[in-house]
Write a protein that binds this ligand. Sequence first.
Ligand code: PLP
Length: 383
Amino acid sequence: MKKDLKFNSKTIHGGQQPDKAYGAVMPPIYQTSTYAQSTPGGHKGYEYSRSANPTRTALEQALASIENGSYGMAFASGLAAIDAVLKLLSPGNEVICTSDLYGGSYRLFKRIFEKYGIHFHFVEMDNVETIEAHINPNTKMVWVETPTNPMMNIIDIKAVSELTKKHGLLLAVDNTFATPYLQQPLDLGADIVMHSATKYLGGHSDVVVGGLVVKDKSLADQLYFIQNASGAVCGPMDSFLTLRGIKTLHVRMQRHCENGAAIAKYLVAHPKIEKVYWPGFETHPNHKVAMAQMKGFGGMISFVPKGNYGDAIKIVENLKLFTLAESLGGVESLAGHPASMTHASIPKEEREKSGVVDALIRLSVGIEDVEDLIADLEQALTQ
Ligand SMILES: *Cc1c(COP(=O)(O)O)cnc(C)c1O
């Protein structure tokens, strides 16, 4: 019955049932590493918490439900989830990925997995021909991030999935920025959806958690094997907090979108601003794709103020209500300076090729009163 629920109901009920022991409506935090067996192998589905834990199972089922998938897996961080996906590959395999990737993903690909003989191509994915040009017999996977971080480019997941199906490749989508409230990559043809649940799914900046969701049973089996064998699992307390966050995802996202739109429009009209990156503008190069594949434009905005590096630093330092911090997707508004923070691990030339100039500022617009947020930006820009 719960399969037929609409999205907002799924965030609350998807894959959930009252606890079997006492009927607890909210999943208890099973803070245990092991489980009593009546006879060797005689257990109630749980034997050791790396392999499975009931609180984590509740989160994994919620993740699968909200992404319209069949199998969910929860990890100790978003990067641990990405790490598990890459372990599907073997030396000699090649991956084609979005050019302006999350800095940590880039570092994991270049500095860890290249050592093990996996090769990565970072390409602009505005049109599928560019992706297709990089496909060869060693290509095994396409890794897509959309909207991209921090340039807010939008990649047409459906178009890419037609290409990956044609060539028998796996398509993985990092859905951290959009969340399933705005877009559901599995429905658009992706094989794997990945999340840093640290961000919007958790939503309260109080956990570091990762997730994967797939539809295919054999892919789920392989990923589950890796999850258990490598062991970077999500703990019970973090599973509980993330589940709690997911229950309000839809109401939070609605406000993130409203506030994001108001701030993007404020910034673009401001005389001290050079450029604003937000997919909701009709002038955004991928606006049509965004309209087709997303339900809204989210709370992430990047902009370049007029002036130089120093002026941008001054602006982020002057902000009072926006906290200068890494991360995104929480109820509170954050500002970041990608070149020195999230994207510092990407070489300057690589960074600037995709638009991450030294003056770029990224906002994660929270769910405060938007008038207060705009007043804060105004005082920071005009000081
Ligand atoms: C934060 C983030 C990650 C990494 O997730 P962690 O939970 O920090 O390990 C991956 N992709 C995107 C888009 C992110 O924003």
